[in-house]
Design a protein around this ligand. Structure first.
Ligand code: GDP
Length: 444
């Protein structure tokens, strides 16, 4: 995951000071040297690091910290607050025009993830904000871009406006906005042309589109993996075009995090979203505070809860809860729950949002768990309907057949059946306890 190295180093440094009941200026100095190195290694812009360290130092040796009862913890708090401020402080939301449609221009270099992000953003606007966006294919230079957006549109079952690659982007934008008004779309997302490098031709073309489309938002899509380059790209686009926000893609990859920590400070432009994977739902609103907490190993419970809320169907959740209480849970229900957890994202990413999870050594083995889940799915899928509903009929020959069908061993099958039995027993006990509690006390 992103920030792994930085997170590890910062957490290591901060843990040394966290528990201290007394912190001297010398302690702070030593610590700041380590923090500085960690940030530089994460490819954070040199000047940004310098300012950051100066600010933290000033506060860390100030009265607010040294005179507090828990100075070690106060230093960590200061670092957390300053990291948050560095990334923009408050969350910066996507613009909404007074009079629809809101026009959003997506800009960026080729390969940054512009087209993918256009699809993700359309999906996000529909799912989270109940909007009805129109995607516009105006990247007429990258041969596959139009097709790619159309495919995304089909996949999401959302409309894409295109006029092929023989019409100028300005013409496409003009027609698209007219069409959006006609069809009552409240957002227009224009996927503009990218290039491999910034050049005058590209910029002047984007300028023309801007002139015509009068966008409410110009979102620059940048690849977090490219570190300082991403920051330079942002500076250039901002100077020439005036961007209103950035989307950092590929934060799920092995990025050092420098871009995320520098873009805002260098360009003054807020990061509005983070791309966390290739799938259409892998886009998260960027919350500086939560990101800082993740980096410092304090977890990001809020994002975790939000993910759970969007991925779980409330009716089904109630039904499952009832089945657990009445001990009617079948292997199919079990699979469904597994699938729900998985739909929230890769397990290691989810675990990284939990406070202190970074410190758990076992986390490195999470990959293995993913594999186990696949195995569980294969076993359950090899069962007949009757077996799934009543595991007690699973005799030796049935178990052998299931092992064979799922490409696992009899031991694997036995283990799963046993675990399932234990889980059911535990649920029964738990619901028994709850019932008892309801009867016994509370009243009314
Ligand atoms: P464009 O040239 O800027 O339109 O770039 P594309 O949208 O075609 O994306 C380039 C590549 O990056 C594709 O393979 C995408 O699947 C991939 N990509 C985009 N966003 C992300 C992300 O957030 N995470 C990961 N892992 N890959 C991404």
């Amino acid at each position: 995951m992103a920030f792994e190295g930085l997170a590890e180093r910062l957490q290591g440094t901060l843990n040394k000071i966290r528990g201290k009941g007394k912190v001297s200026e010398a302690d702070v100095k030593v610590m700041m040297r380590e923090v500085r190195l960690a940030l530089l290694e994460a490819d954070v812009n040199f000047k940004v690091v310098k300012d950051f360290i100066a600010r933290v130092k000033e506060r860390a040796v100030g009265q607010e910290v040294l005179e507090s009862l828990t100075p070690g913890q106060q230093v960590v708090k200061v670092v957390n607050e300053e990291l948050t401020a560095l990334m923009g402080g408050e969350q910066s939301k996507i613009a909404t025009a007074q009079k629809p449609p809101t026009v959003v221009m997506m800009v960026g270099l080729q390969g940054a993830g512009k087209t993918t992000t256009t699809g993700k953003l359309a999906n996000h606007l529909r799912k989270k904000h109940n909007r009805n966006p129109l995607m516009v294919a105006a990247d007429i230079y990258r041969p596959a871009a139009i097709k790619q957006l159309e495919t995304l549109g089909k996949q999401l079952n959302m409309p894409v406006f295109s006029m092929g690659d023989q019409v100028s982007p300005v013409e496409i934008a003009r027609n698209a906005i007219a069409k959006a008004k006609e069809d009552h779309h409240d957002y227009v997302l224009i996927d503009t042309a990218g290039r491999l490098h910034i050049d005058e031709e590209l910029m002047s073309e984007l300028d023309d589109v801007k002139e015509l489309a009068k966008p409410d938002e110009i979102l620059l899509v940048i690849d977090a993996m490219t570190g300082q380059d991403a920051v330079n790209v942002a500076e250039s686009f901002n100077e020439r075009l005036g961007i209103t926000g950035a989307v950092l893609t590929k934060l799920d990859g092995d990025t050092r995090g420098g871009a995320a920590l520098s873009v805002r400070a260098v360009t003054g432009t807020p990061i509005k979203f983070a791309g966390m994977g290739e799938k259409t739902d892998a886009l998260e609103p960027f919350h500086p505070e939560r990101m800082a907490s993740r980096i410092l190993g304090m977890g990001d419970v809020l994002t975790l809860i939000e993910k759970a809320q969007t991925n779980v169907d409330e009716e089904r959740a109630k039904e499952l809860e009832r089945k657990m209480r009445t001990n009617e849970l079948t292997f199919d229900d079990f699979l469904e729950q597994l699938a729900q957890v998985r739909s929230m994202g890769p397990l290691d990413e989810l675990l990284n949002m939990m406070p202190g999870a970074g410190k758990m050594k076992g986390l490195k083995n999470v990959q293995v768990d993913e594999k186990q889940i696949g195995q569980i799915e294969a076993i359950v899928r090899s069962m007949t309907k009757a077996e799934k509903e009543d595991p007690s009929i699973l005799n030796a020959s049935r178990r052998r057949r299931i092992a064979k069908g799922s490409g696992t061993s009899i031991q694997d099958v036995n283990r799963l059946i046993k675990q399932f039995g234990e889980m059911k027993k535990m649920m029964k006990q738990m619901s028994g306890m709850q019932k008892g509690k309801k009867k016994g006390g509370m009243g009314g």
